[in-house]
Design a binder for this molecule. Structure first.
Ligand SMILES: Cc1cc2nc3c(=O)[nH]c(=O)nc-3n(C[C@H](O)[C@H](O)[C@H](O)COP(=O)(O)O)c2cc1C
Length: 241
């Protein structure tokens, strides 16, 4: 059975906007027969890497820090698909997501090898080379706010010998919940996220149509700016009362 290991790296967990896309996506994968395990970085204890390379040279494959990475390492090694879900925070993922990624170093060996003429580290024995998916949402309106994160994920995939299977990206994500409350039709977005999950498990890839629907425009740019500014002003005005 295909194993999926997913991380929701938003501090808002299931109350956040990231979860609105991540959860149906994982549901689709489960429907297609995958075994899906979801972790919330907020609930995990993952200390930052201390950069001592003990996991390479003193206790090969193991970090000296005893925390939840001990539980996650065998799962990371065995999973066919890794899903990293994060809001955009200052043009990247959240800090806890970066800590998790830094602590993945024991998956690699210290040695260098040339892969396609590029210097990289080989995977440690017993580590699968599967796929990686990014699920992200951001507060600004444009799709290009995901560019740095996409660049990072692609680079990470090269370094851990995994295939980047694509991303479910939800720009102007702050419009999702207010629009749902207003009863605006949004089901196509959640259905497309689910469908992308099914497709990935069944066909090994997500269709561009599904991904496009997940990212579709919710409101025009000018309106988004206007409405959000109004609500920020209201919140600030309320402080004075
Ligand atoms: C510290 C911080 C930094 C942020 N940086 C960005 C950013 O660089 N670009 C952007 O578009 N949104 C940014 N946002 C907005 C979040 O991406 C947005 O609120 C998102 O919907 C939160 O998702 P969540 O509810 O799943 O946590 C930032 C939010 C916070 C709290």
């Amino acid at each position: 059975m295909m194993k999926v290991l997913a991380f929701n790296c938003s501090p808002k967990m299931d109350k956040g906007n990231t979860a609105l896309i991540l959860n149906p996506f994982l549901e689709g994968m489960r429907e297609a027969g995958a075994e899906v395990e979801l972790f919330y970085t907020k609930k995990l204890k993952i200390n930052p890497c201390q950069g001592e390379f003990n996991c390479w040279l003193k206790t090969p494959g193991e970090c000296w820090q005893k925390d939840d990475m001990q539980l996650l390492h065998p799962k990371l090694r065995e999973a066919d698909i890794w899903v990293f879900a994060t809001p955009v925070y200052v043009d990247g993922g959240t800090g806890p997501m970066k800590n998790l990624m830094d602590r993945m170093l024991p998956l690699l060996q210290p040695f260098f090898e040339l892969r396609d003429g590029h210097c990289r580290h080989p995977l440690r024995e017993g580590t699968k080379s599967g796929k990686v998916v990014l699920v992200s949402n951001c507060g600004l309106w444009e799709m290009d706010n995901f560019d740095p994160l996409l660049f990072h994920m692609r680079a990470l995939c090269e370094n851990v010998s995994r295939e980047f299977a694509g991303a479910l990206l939800r720009p102007h994500g702050e419009a999702l919940r207010p629009m749902m409350k207003m009863g605006a039709p949004m089901n196509d977005i959640f259905e497309a996220a689910k469908e992308a999950g099914r497709q990935l498990v069944k066909d090994g890839k997500m269709s561009p149509e599904s991904l496009k629907t997940v990212s579709r425009e919710l409101v025009p740019l000018e309106m988004y700016v206007q409405v959000l500014n109004q609500s920020f002003q209201q919140a600030l005005d309320a402080l004075e009362k």
